[in-house]
Design a protein around this ligand. Structure first.
Ligand code: 0A1
Ligand code: ZN
Length: 884
């Protein structure tokens, strides 16, 4: 599919309401593989008091207009005008009915937006602006209406016909065709519309809501996958119950359908009562899916379900408000996963993700506030910033107001806005009004981009037994915004004695307290907090639980970190201390490597890791997180000019030296965890597997490690253990790696999701040669450039998760990647735009790499007919040089 029309900038400040009310829409789809005929009936009424004239403006792209009627009469050519994006009907009466017929060609749609094929079935994806590729319509989230939908198709080829709401009627028609009529009683914007037509199998279950509604739950998949739906179904049931218990929110229809597809641009989509999922977030069987997959399914099923209230019942006024539904719903899914699994482990993973991916985004060419002020292509704004940073802003409301205050705010938000399309300001107002607090300054988080830096300094007065914490904040200028304001930063702290006891935190002027953790509010540029009755110089535990999305500047001593790692009552802080120790060690060695000196490992880190390995009290999943060294990208982010090879060499050195020094301890922990117990998916078992496999990854750095991995590979009864062993063999270049990898590829050649893993293992193997493997794998029969999962697992993994491969000195990685972006853009601009972002950090590298990346960006930018999606990102990336 050829891309859209010319790039125009859309500004948040230009918002104005739609001039018409859409009272009702009736749609009929005559589905056939080639053109599908879409007939619509729109009942329109002019909004009283709107200034605009009597034109009705509808969006529409890539379709053939067959006919338009107004109030039963065919429109004459002079009564409407049409271009590549819009249909304008002139001089419409204040109340009118439009009947429009169009033809669309789902089978030519490779962009996977609008209506498109997947395997033998057909489906739609409308968020954010895909409905305009289905029929002419006011395609904006603030136009909400009730949809009646009739689907008509060949019964044999498309026995299952699904849309939103309730199936109210069905029947047979001529030529072996049948039809089903769906009615959604809730008004919704068109981005929540969906249809699915195909021969799908389904798993069915029920959930009785708190008030007694019996909801039929169905998970639809291609026939061969019917044995992989149980976990998704259980996750859905858990999510429905959790939302009642924790948020007092109940499901509002009698049907909840989920459909899994192999062809999807994103993770999943919350269409009203007809969620459509990337099969990666539905299908799981112990032998095909890892523990991470199982957890991902639970999280994404929860996320889409939670959207039913935060997104669907209350939606966004315009796409600038995307974080209204996404930040809030990510917060809700994070809380759900925390309540289902380990809260501390979930928090660590979320923070790691934010730091590794959102912080660089916010410091790069696509930097934007969680509520952006302008965009060219809205699809480029489904970002880590809008989603993950957005969720941390919601988490800060929660920290400031407490669970009860937060829930009071949510209640008022729904009381005020159920059934409406609203803004982030409305959410803030509900939180503020429900709690009688002023959140005006807090609201700046919505409009300010960049990662704030908080600098801490400590002063201890032994004579007065007081401890002063000086805090200051500064947000560096970003590509999109130079002037920055002072924010409200909730800063959680604790104070520990040298032996690890936590002191009660009494601020000067306050009465005594037993509280040992508290949240300070940093609202000014600088503020000092004096704690009294602190008998010894304490070890400060700062920014506990990562209470705000900031970078903390504080130089803990090695001894301080050892105290925090061993004793902090906040598990997140113990992990953080371990990470800081490891980070220092790796970056110190990178410097040695850069000057050609011998690398060395301090006893500090060895002792710290020994303590982790000897710890039999802590959750093994937490220990595993602590043993995971900071990633190369995160380390790169700590440097002014990234030293690709140096970071890799230093990190590898630290890992293998630790492995050598602690080998027998690691081995005994591995043996103890590798107890031959059959697989189960409980959190406790997952935790044990995660520690076991981290131990294996260290043992693979030592003699005999490969043998252990080979045995694990042979005896494994689950994909987590299998993949850990295979990755280990491939990445350490074990003698058996090639044969093991080939056997795996052969065994799973017909399983798309497992093959994605196989592509990724090979794509992220460190080293400048990997680009050749990736190029060769693109010819593998299981690879397809039109399938987003394949593109992400091979090309995306190489460019985003293989620094020594992608940044190979000769520029071969860059050139390969640019070639792929250019050819992908012809097919699927959304995915191409995600891929091109691999170049976004180009100005952070040495001059030779910079000029090679820049040349590739320029080559992409000059490509014929570039989509607005890719062009917006490339344009910003190239603009980065000016700000350096
Ligand atoms: N709203 C979905 C994500 C999503 C966004 C855009 C899509 O197509 C362009 C598809 C899905 C969610 O947050 O899960
Ligand atoms: Zn979402």
């Amino acid at each position: 599919m050829k891309k859209g029309s010319a790039s125009t900038v859309v500004y948040r400040s230009d918002y104005s309401p739609y001039a018409w009310q859409l009272k009702h829409v009736d749609l009929r789809f005559d589905i056939s593989p080639h053109p599908t005929r879409v007939s619509s009936e729109l009942s329109m009424k002019r909004q009283p008091g709107t200034a605009s004239g009597s034109d009705i403006e509808l969006d529409g792209q890539h379709m053939e207009l067959l006919s338009i009627m107004m109030d039963g009469r065919e429109l004459k050519p002079e009564q409407f005008s049409k271009d590549a994006d819009k249909l304008i009907i002139h001089d419409a009466p204040d109340d009118c009915t439009l009947n429009i017929e169009v033809l669309i060609k789902p089978h030519e749609n490779t962009a996977l937006e609008g209506m498109y094929p997947s395997g033998d079935f057909l489906l739609t994806q409308c968020e954010s602006q895909g409905f305009r590729k289905i029929t002419y319509f006011p395609d904006r989230p603030d136009v909400m209406t009730r949809f009646d939908v009739t689907l008509c198709a060949d019964r044999q080829k498309y026995p299952v016909l699904l849309s939103n709401g309730n199936a109210v009627d069905a029947g047979e028609s001529d030529n072996g065709r049948h039809w089903v009529r769906w009615q959604d009683p809730y008004a919704k914007p068109c981005y929540l519309f969906a249809l699915v037509a195909g021969d799908l199998a389904c798993l069915e279950d029920h959930f009785i809501t708190r008030s007694g509604r019996d909801v039929t739950l169905r998970v639809f998949v291609e026939q061969e996958n019917i044995d992989r739906c149980d976990h998704a179904m259980q996750s859905l049931i858990h999510a429905m119950k959790w939302d009642q218990d924790r948020f007092d929110l109940e499901y509002d229809l009698d049907i909840y359908n989920i459909v899994a597809t192999n062809d999807f641009n994103m993770g999943a989509m919350e269409n009203k009562s007809l969620n459509i999922f990337n099969s990666k977030y539905v299908l799981a069987r112990p032998d095909t899916a890892t523990d991470t997959d199982y957890q991902g399914i639970e999280g994404v099923i929860g996320h889409e379900y939670f959207h039913n209230w935060t997104g669907n019942r209350v939606t966004c006024q315009d796409w600038f408000q995307l974080t209204l539904k996404e930040g809030l719903t990510v917060f809700r899914d994070q809380e759900f996963s925390s309540d289902m699994q380990s809260r501390a482990v979930k928090r660590i993973r979320d923070v790691r993700d934010l730091r590794n991916r959102q912080f660089p985004e916010d410091a790069g060419p696509m930097s934007h506030p969680i509520r952006p002020d302008k965009y060219i292509e809205i699809n480029n704004f489904y970002t880590m910033t809008v989603y993950q940073k957005g969720a941390t802003i919601i988490r800060m409301y929660h920290t400031l107001l407490g669970e009860a205050g937060f829930q009071k705010g949510m209640k008022l938000y729904f009381e005020r806005h159920d059934g409406q399309a609203v803004s982030c300001d409305d959410f803030l107002a509900a939180m503020a009004d429900a709690n009688g607090v002023n959140l005006e300054q807090f609201g700046r988080w919505y409009g300010q981009s960049g990662t704030p830096e908080v600098t801490a300094q400590c002063e201890y007065d032994a004579a007065g037994a007081s401890f002063i914490l000086h805090l200051s904040q500064h947000t560096p200028a970003t590509h999109d915004q130079v002037e920055k304001q002072t924010l409200v930063i909730p800063f959680a702290v604790g104070l520990l004695s040298a032996s690890g006891e936590e002191y009660p935190l009494q601020l000067e002027g306050e009465g005594s307290t037993s509280v040992t953790s508290r949240v300070l509010l940093l609202k000014e540029k600088r503020q000092s907090f004096t704690f009294i009755n602190i008998p010894q110089r304490p070890v400060p535990s700062l920014l506990r639980d990562f209470s705000a999305p900031v970078k903390l500047n504080y130089s803990y001593s090695g001894d301080d970190l050892a105290v925090l790692m061993a004793h902090d009552s906040d598990a997140f802080q113990r992990w953080e201390a371990a990470q800081l120790l490891a980070q220092r060690e790796i970056l110190g060695n990178q410097k040695l490597h850069a000057t050609g000196s011998e690398m060395e490992l301090s006893q500090h880190l060895i002792d710290a890791f020994r303590a982790l390995l000897e710890d039999r009290d802590t959750d093994p999943a937490l220990l595993a997180e602590a043993m995971m060294l900071p990633g190369e990208d995160y380390l790169a982010d700590q440097m002014d000019v990234v030293d690709v090879e140096g970071i890799h060499a230093a990190r590898s050195f630290v890992k293998s030296t630790l492995a050598g020094a602690l080998r027998s301890l690691i081995r005994s922990r591995y043996d103890e965890l590798n107890d031959g117990a059959p697989y189960d998916k409980s959190s406790a078992s997952m935790a044990r597997r995660s520690l076991k496999n981290i131990c294996l990854s260290y043992l693979l750095e030592t003699d005999g490690g490969a043998r252990l991995a080979e045995v694990q590979l042979d005896t494994s009864d689950n994909m987590t253990d299998t993949l850990a062993a295979l990755c280990g063999l491939v990445w350490t270049d074990a003698a058996s790696a090639a044969a093991a990898s080939q056997a795996f590829g052969q065994e799973w050649k017909d399983d798309p999701l497992v093959m994605d893993k196989w592509f990724t293992i090979q794509a992220v193997k460190p080293g400048a040669d990997t680009v050749k493997t990736v190029r060769a794998l693109m010819k593998h029969p299981a690879f397809s450039i039109t399938n987003p999962n394949k593109v992400r697992s091979l090309i995306g993994a190489f460019a985003m998760s293989n620094p020594t491969g992608f940044h190979a000195r000769d520029g071969a990685g860059y050139q390969f990647h640019a070639d792929q972006v250019i050819s992908l853009d012809e097919l699927n601009p959304q995915v191409a735009a995600r891929m091109v972002a691999a170049f976004n950090q180009w100005t952070r590298y040495d001059p030779a790499r910079r000029s090679k990346m820049k040349a590739e960006l320029e080559r992409i930018s000059a490509a014929d007919g570039l989509s607005p999606d890719v062009s917006e990102i490339v344009h910003n990336a190239l603009g980065m040089e000016k700000t350096k």
